[in-house]
Every structure is written in C-alpha cells, then in structure tokens.
Design a protein around this ligand. Structure first.
Ligand code: XUL
Length: 518
C-alpha cells in the first residue's frame, strides 16, 4: 500500500495527514496544538505574547518538540514504515536563523534525545518572526527606495515590500542585531526548516513560499540580486536554493528511522507554504477555481497561468506547486467585522443568515456599506468605522436585515473589486472557514461573483495538499488524486440567482470607496 504523509506546520498547531493513493483514503489525521500540548513555551496561540511595536515571534524549538510529539503520538494509529514520501507546508513568511553548525548538528542527531535538545545551539536567533509581525514598516520603505520603488519590487517579486514578508524581517534583524546576523549561516522559512530537519540537511525553498519573501524573481524562480542587495548584506550565501514544491530531495534522516520506524528509503520532498499547499488540497490548482477562506481575516486565492501583479499593490502572487502561479489577497475586516456588526445588532448567527436571505433583496435596495471596523489592508486605509450610503432608514440603522446584507455585500464587492487584476474568469468558488457553512453568506458570494459556490469536506486542506504532492513525487497524477480526495461536503452547491444584478451596487460601492480614501 503506497502511503504518503503530508505535514502542515501552521501558526497554532502542526498537523499530519496520511493518505493511501490507491484506495483514495485518508488513513489518519492528527494535530498537536502548540498552546495546549506544549504549555512550557508560554505561547497559548502559537506565538510569544506581548511583543512590542507590532513584533510577533515564535520559538522554533516549540515546532521541533511538536514534530516529535506528533510522530510519536501517531505511532499506534499508523505504521510509519509504510510511508513512501513526505511533503509538507508551513505558515508563510516566518523565518528561522541558524549558525554554521546547523548541518553538522543535523548529521549528528541521535534518536535517544529530542530534536529541540540537539538543535537548540544551532539557532543564531532564539526566536522566529512570523507572518503576524507588523514591525518592519521602516525596513519596507528602505527596501522599496533602494530597489527602485514599490512598483519595481512588485514587478519582480509579485508583491510590494510588506511588513510580514521575510525580506523586511531579515533587514530588521541585520540592522538591530548585526553580530547575530553575521553569525547566521542559513536563513530558512518555517517550511524549509521543518523539511531540513526531516531530510537531515539544508532543504530548498519552493517558489510558492519563496515568493512570500520579497526576494525572489517570480518570472524566473531565482533569487533577485537587486532585491537581495536592497535587503541585507551577504544574503545570497545564507539563503537556501530554490526548487519546485514536491521535488524529492533525499531519504529521511536516520533519527526518524530509528525513533519512529520510518523506512530508510522514505523520501522527503521540498515543502511549500500553507496557502500554496491549500490550493492543491482544495482541488483548486487549475485556473478558474477560486478559494475564499472566511476567517479572522478573509483570504482569496486562485490559480493563475501568468505572473500578473496587482497594479494597486494590495495582492500577492506566489508560485503554484502544480505549475504556473497563484494570487493571494488578504482582507483584514473578515470575521472581525461580521462579529462586530452581529454584536452591535444583538443578533445570533442564525438571525444573521435568516435576515440576509429572506427579508432583503440582492443589491439591498441601493443601501451600501464600506464594511471596515478598523484599519484595512485591501484597500490599505486607516478606516475607523463602517461607511454607509443609502436611505434615511438605512443610515439610522432601523432594520438589522439591511445592515447585515450591506456588510456582507460590501465585504464581497470589495473582494471582487480588488481581485479583478488577476484576470482569470471565475468558474467555481470553494468557500471554506468558519462562516462558510452559512447558506446566506454563500448565496451572496455566488451572486456577487456570478459563480457557483461549493464547500469541501476537508478542514485540513494544507496537509492534504502536501500529502498529494508527496504522492505526485512518486509518480501519481496529482490532478486525478484531487478529483478523488477533494470532495464537496453535504451542504448544497449554491448557484448564482438569476435575478441578481450587482452592477449598480458595485458602482455605488466604488464611488463611496473613492470618496472615503481621497
Ligand atoms: C499569507 C499569510 C498567512 C500565513 C499563515 O500571506 O500571511 O496566510 O500563511 O497561515
């Protein structure tokens, strides 16, 4: 039975999924939650609380302990010796800094001790900045200025210089801790760090996760000399090589063979970022499929054949593990805004759905809301409260239903307007995340985007995507596996309603947005 392991080292947990590529079964899936299972790291949500000036760091040793705990804890449910290949993903943008002993310490790993114990002294920086860090605005400005401006950084790397992206984080480290920076021999992403440990040697970065660094030339998939130069001294030597996600890099380290019973021939493949892996695990890696993930922030991502970039600089372009590219656009006012309005109106989630569906028409009788309860990143603007345009009753918030529909329509019209640059027609939307089972919300998404909406059974799409890539590395057809594994759940497929026409609402929204941002 050829079995494949997908790992996902995310912000709050590390997850594993084992699949059988012949019977198309998920054999087992399990997670270790950092806060819950490793309380000694005092990181209840996976990062070290209390960072100042927007700093958010995590302890890489916690990720190593979690990996040991996960593999150990699954031994009874799964025979590790059957795993043919392993691939994985990591929270994007986070970076791990290692000294020149890293490779020799990896080579010397003994199964009698833990990974964290043995690799602790290889860290040249105790903590790793992660994607939630927003402390590098100054470094972003400096990088953009040195590299020829925001538009040039975006043209080369797929994104303007962004605080959470790795380049500005590296620059800040080099500026604030120059001695530790010069002691740093290797800089890894979360994905390539975990992959390196499994393979027992420095692993490559793929062009999905690599594009989240503001250092890679998107069109060639190579490190860009002008961006490296603009970021930090002597950087090229410290960066991993670039490779395709899912490419086999060698057998698993004997540590895992002796400790957990992996086969010495089990292959480790180049990891990718959690979003590129999710694109694969959602079955959305071909253009025309769009994933909308409704979370604390809402995220939109979709496959694209060409590396077009967002002329407004809000969206990002990454490599797609199955070939071509993918877009990713984040919206800060997601669940945060939905919850704020729900609480303001004193509604339950059920009311939220009923109100939107039954008592108000698509287009909301011309009542429009810019749904921003605070600072937004797409579009980038310091909003302080929602902006309403419409009838006197609407402005006076007389009918809760109108308010709910205005907020939801506003969120998805904003998403539509800021993803048009991708230039690929939307054939199918895969809706995921907390609010995705809400049929009222799904209907609005279908209507605004004029495309059918489906929901998937797998919650763990990044680990599944990684497992599919591992199978692909062994000769399986990833596309056929996607058809078998990426099944829609028991919620109905929602078709766009024929009566809905959002052109007037979209124009009104755009007008209100232009006015607020001018
Ligand atoms: C994407 C991003 C997050 C992380 C964490 O740009 O910052 O989605 O990948 O999951």
């Amino acid at each position: 039975m050829p079995r494949y392991l997908g790992l996902d080292s995310s912000t709050q947990s590390i997850s594993a999924m084992v699949i059988d590529a012949q019977t198309h079964q998920i054999i087992v899936e399990k997670s270790v939650n950092f806060g819950q299972h490793l309380p000694q790291y005092s990181s209840p949500s996976g990062f070290i609380p209390g960072g100042e000036h927007g700093e958010v760091h995590a302890n890489p040793l916690m990720w190593l302990d979690a990996l040991d705990l996960l593999l150990d804890g699954m031994r009874n449910e799964c025979d590790w010796s059957q795993i043919v290949a392993i691939c994985g993903s990591g929270q994007q943008h986070g970076s791990v800094y290692l000294n020149r002993n890293f490779e020799s310490q990896l080579a010397a790993l003994s199964h009698e001790k833990s990974l964290s114990e043995q690799l602790s002294s290889a860290l040249s920086r105790r903590t790793a900045p992660i994607w939630m860090d927003a402390s590098t605005s100054q470094q972003c400005r400096e990088i953009a200025a040195a590299a020829g401006g925001d538009a040039e950084v975006c043209r080369i790397s797929g994104s303007i210089a962004i605080e959470r992206f790795t380049g500005s984080q590296i620059r800040k480290f080099a500026q604030t801790e120059p001695a530790a920076y010069s002691q740093t021999a290797f800089i890894h992403l979360v994905s390539s760090f975990v992959c390196s440990v499994l393979a027992g040697k420095n692993a490559p970065v793929d062009d999905g996760d690599g594009a989240g660094m503001n250092l890679m030339d998107l069109s060639t998939g190579t490190w860009d000399p002008s961006l490296l130069e603009a970021t930090a001294p002597d950087l090229l030597r410290k960066l991993p090589v670039l490779a395709k996600a899912g490419s086999q890099i060698g057998p698993i380290h004997s540590y895992f063979v002796e400790k957990y019973g992996f086969s010495p021939s089990c292959q480790v493949c180049t990891f990718t970022g959690d979003n590129p892996a999710s694109l694969v695990g959602m079955g959305a890696s071909k253009p025309g499929n769009v994933v909308i993930s409704l979370g604390t922030s809402d995220t939109y991502f979709a496959s694209m054949p060409q590396p077009l970039t967002d002329p407004q600089g809000y969206g990002h372009v990454f490599g797609n593990p199955t070939g071509g590219f993918m877009s990713l656009v984040c919206f800060r006012n997601g669940s945060l805004a939905r919850e704020a309005l729900r609480d303001e109106l004193g509604l339950s989630w059920n009311d939220f759905e009923r109100e939107t569906l039954s008592t108000t028409p698509p287009g909301n009788n011309g009542n429009v809301m810019l749904p921003f309860y605070g600072h937004e990143i797409t579009p980038r603007h310091a909003f302080s409260e929602p902006v309403r345009v419409g009838s006197a009753n609407f402005m006076a918030k007389l009918h809760p239903a109108e308010q709910v529909r205005a907020l939801l329509e506003g969120q998805f019209i904003n998403m539509l307007l800021h993803t048009r640059w991708i230039g690929v027609p939307t054939n199918r939307i895969l809706l995921t995340g907390g609010a995705s089972r809400n049929n009222g919300i799904a209907q609005i998404v279908a209507d605004v985007f004029h495309a059918p909406v489906e929901r998937l059974t797998t919650a763990n799409s990044a680990a599944l995507g990684a497992a599919l890539l591992a199978a692909g590395s062994d000769g399986a057809c990833v596309q056929s596996l996607q058809q078998a594994f990426c099944q829609t759940d028991d919620t109905p497929r929602i078709e766009p309603s024929s009566a809905s026409d959002y052109s007037t609402a979209i124009a009104a929204f755009q007008l209100a947005l232009n006015k607020s941002m001018s």
